[in-house]
Design a protein around this ligand. Structure first.
Ligand code: NAI
Length: 483
């Protein structure tokens, strides 16, 4: 069936590599019809601060599938990342990045690497909620949700099942971020039980990344949250031999966007030397997604055969092993000539129609738990008396309500009052904890308001509050470090 897709030529090398890819798709017989939209630099400069006009949005929403070349985000404030906007607006929650080495054609230290990184695409520190709170302290909110985590983790297991992969590994930092990364890891453990045929394990992100860089063949599918995924997917792409051949699919339940991993490479734009492979492999992911597996297979194998023939663009060309340093157009024509041919050194690619079923994750809202308010952390901007915590502590000692009593102060998370360590450096941002006796009694919010009024009346500068809750009787906040 003829499939309508939206195409964005992008900026820098975008138009050159997109023309190359569309030419190959056409010659291979892809059954697609395209609508072209203009997004990126020109849209930004025409006054659309998100880099996209309302008309382009309409076309993307109508066709549901977007093949996008890289775009340039103008330097300076006021311009939002179009990629982040598209991902969030279309609920493209899963970012799928295959990292495969093509040894011995493309040189790499990891000849047997063949893994897929599945990155949560919408939340975490990328919610973009940042504030300056005091003269010295900036804050960026890390939001991890239960449905967001469950969705991406289920997607990873479904992906593994669909593409016959054997193991799913979770990366998190739940030894430090016990609540946010903690829930991601916990949900991973729960969901993994529903897939007993797939092996599962977990690494703390730091050692996980180190092993990824040194022994990537130990991994099959990796699932992780947004920031970690962003970082490790560039590591993964780079150690295959070149970030220039990395492709990515951004998948949601109703929309999908396919693009190269690299940017618009303005330094080589217009020179006909850019490598179109990242975008071409993204187009292959798109063809599998729209169930034109035979065309995807034909293009992917022709591309592998062209590499084997020793015809490569400058970025991956090595004169000691390859024959022809090709321009973008020569490389494109070589791939077209190879359509129908198969590689003999590199592994031939096969995309089976019966396995590329749609992955659709439908989630319900989480079950409601009993929520009780048992205290409040009140954050102050305070800069007096050489920032001596004991001076601030004494001001707060007598402030209380019927059930809330002042307990302690922390600075950058570490307890500084009572009995702080004089060596601890204090900034101008103080967390002051007031809670009910042993967090046992639950209170109404008006006690917090009463407390805030009392603190305000002694001239202290309140910058924010965080309520302390128990859910189903369990404490749902961290204790102070050093406590
Ligand atoms: P970049 O990926 O565009 O370039 C980094 C280096 O790799 C450059 O030396 C470039 O010449 C080379 N390179 C990249 N792709 C290549 C290809 N296909 N063939 C041959 N060589 C290639 O990263 P950079 O310079 O940090 O960013 C340039 C612009 O791209 C920025 O405005 C950035 O915001 C944007 N960008 C856009 C992305 C997207 O639209 N998805 C993703 C990343 C960056």
């Amino acid at each position: 069936m003829l499939k309508k897709i939206t195409v964005a030529y992008g900026d820098g090398i975008g138009p050159e590599i997109m023309s190359s890819v569309l030419k190959i798709l056409e010659k291979a017989g892809a059954n697609i019809d395209i609508d072209v939209i203009d997004i990126g630099e020109r849209a930004y400069l025409n006054g659309y601060t998100s880099g996209i006009s309302p008309e382009s949005w309409e076309i993307i929403k109508k066709n549901k599938i977007l093949l996008k070349a890289p775009i340039t985000t103008p330097q300076g404030g006021g311009y939002k990342s179009l990629n982040v906007t598209i991902r969030k607006t279309l609920n493209l929650y899963a970012n799928v990045r295959p990292c495969i080495s093509y040894y011995p054609i493309i040189q790499t230290n990891h000849p047997n690497m063949n893994l897929v990184i599945i990155r949560e695409n919408e939340e975490d520190l990328y919610a973009g909620i940042e504030h300056q709170q005091t003269n010295e302290v900036m804050q960026c909110l890390k939001l991890i949700t239960k449905p967001g985590s469950e969705k991406i983790i289920r997607f990873a297991f479904e992906y593994a099942k669909t593409y016959n992969r054997k193991k799913v590994t979770c990366f998190s930092k739940d030894n430090i971020m016990k609540i946010t990364d903690g829930i991601f890891h916990k949900i991973f453990d729960e969901v993994s039980k529903e897939y007993p045929e797939i092996e599962s394990n977990h690494y703390i992100i730091d050692i996980g990344s180190a092993i990824l860089a040194s022994n990537p063949e130990r991994f099959d599918v990796i699932v992780t949250s947004n920031l970690y995924g962003d970082i490790i997917s560039d590591i993964g792409a780079q150690i295959t031999g070149s970030v220039g051949i990395g492709s990515s699919a951004n998948i949601g339940n109703n929309f999908a966007m396919f693009e190269a991993v690299h940017g618009s490479a303005p330094d080589i734009a217009g020179k006909n030397i850019a490598n179109p492979s990242g975008l071409l492999l993204a187009a292959v992911q798109m063809l599998v997604y729209i169930k034109q597996n035979d065309i995807a297979e034909k293009i992917h194998n022709a591309w592998l055969k062209t590499l084997e023939d020793g015809i490569l663009t400058a970025d991956i060309f090595n004169p000691s092993i390859h024959k022809i340093k090709a321009t973008t157009s020569e490389f494109t024509d070589a791939i077209i000539t190879n359509l129908g041919n198969k590689p003999s050194i590199l592994k031939e690619v096969k995309y089976f129609s019966d396995k590329t079923k749609d992955i659709y994750i439908d989630l319900k809202f989480s079950e409601k738990k009993k929520k009780e308010l048992v205290g409040v952390d009140i954050f102050l901007d305070w800069d007096e008396d050489n920032r001596n915590p004991n001076t601030l502590g004494k001001k707060l000692e007598n402030i209380k309500t019927e059930n809330l009593n002042f307990q302690k102060i922390s600075n950058r998370g570490i307890k500084v009052y009572p009995n702080g360590n004089p060596e601890t450096f204090c900034t101008d941002h103080w967390r002051c904890r007031f809670n009910t006796n042993n967090y046992e009694k639950s209170i109404f919010y008006n006690e917090v308001i009463e407390l805030l009024k009392k603190i305000n009346s002694i001239g202290l500068d309140i910058i924010k509050t965080e309520n302390l809750y128990k859910f189903d009787g369990k404490i749902a906040f961290t204790v102070l470090q050093g406590d």
